[in-house]
Design a protein around this ligand. Structure first.
Ligand SMILES: [Zn+2]
Length: 165
């Protein structure tokens, strides 16, 4: 399970962010590769109950005539940098089939998400799905001990063996 982000910060009462100038959020693959820029934080997006992935809406919803509340849901503004993989067919526990077109980090090939429409991305499908835990908001969090080996380089000051004779 992905870590659950506390909702306490979201419910701040004095949220005076102008709706049309919200800053773009940038997300990185766990390897540090830039993968997604979006007009909303991922954690604020709806989740697909089936697999917990975040749902990026590609198209405005049609003002449905079903029921009283016919609110048009606006498409998200986002751009994905990824390479597409082979489509795969998933079978759900209830026997239904779902064809997914996954996309991967172009550097480390980790799967980032999927769509239900053939490549390229955002080419007609209603939604793009981002797998839970696939992306990070922090770029290149390198563990401190990864740099230990570099200190040794300083010792390499070669003494000039100038035998002046
Ligand atoms: Zn990666």
């Amino acid at each position: 399970m992905p870590k659950v982000i506390s909702r306490s910060t979201i419910s701040a009462s004095n949220d005076q962010q102008p709706s049309n100038t919200s800053p773009l959020k940038v997300y990185y693959c766990l390897c540090g590769e830039f993968s997604l820029v979006c007009d909303r934080p991922l954690e604020s997006l709806p989740q697909r109950p089936l697999d917990g992935s975040r749902v990026l809406r590609c198209l405005d919803s049609s003002p449905g005539s079903s029921g009283g509340v016919s609110k048009v849901r606006k498409a998200r503004v986002f751009k994905i940098s990824a390479s597409q993989g082979r489509p795969k067919l998933l079978q759900r526990p209830d026997g239904s089939l779902e064809k997914q077109y996954p996309f991967h980090c172009s550097r480390c090939n980790l799967q980032i998400g999927y769509e239900h429409t053939p490549p390229p991305l955002k080419s007609g499908g209603k939604f793009t799905f981002i797998l839970p835990g696939a992306l990070s908001e922090r770029h290149g969090q390198v563990p401190e001990d990864a740099l230990l080996g570099i200190e040794n380089l300083d010792q390499g000051e070669a003494k000039e063996t100038s035998t002046s004779d």
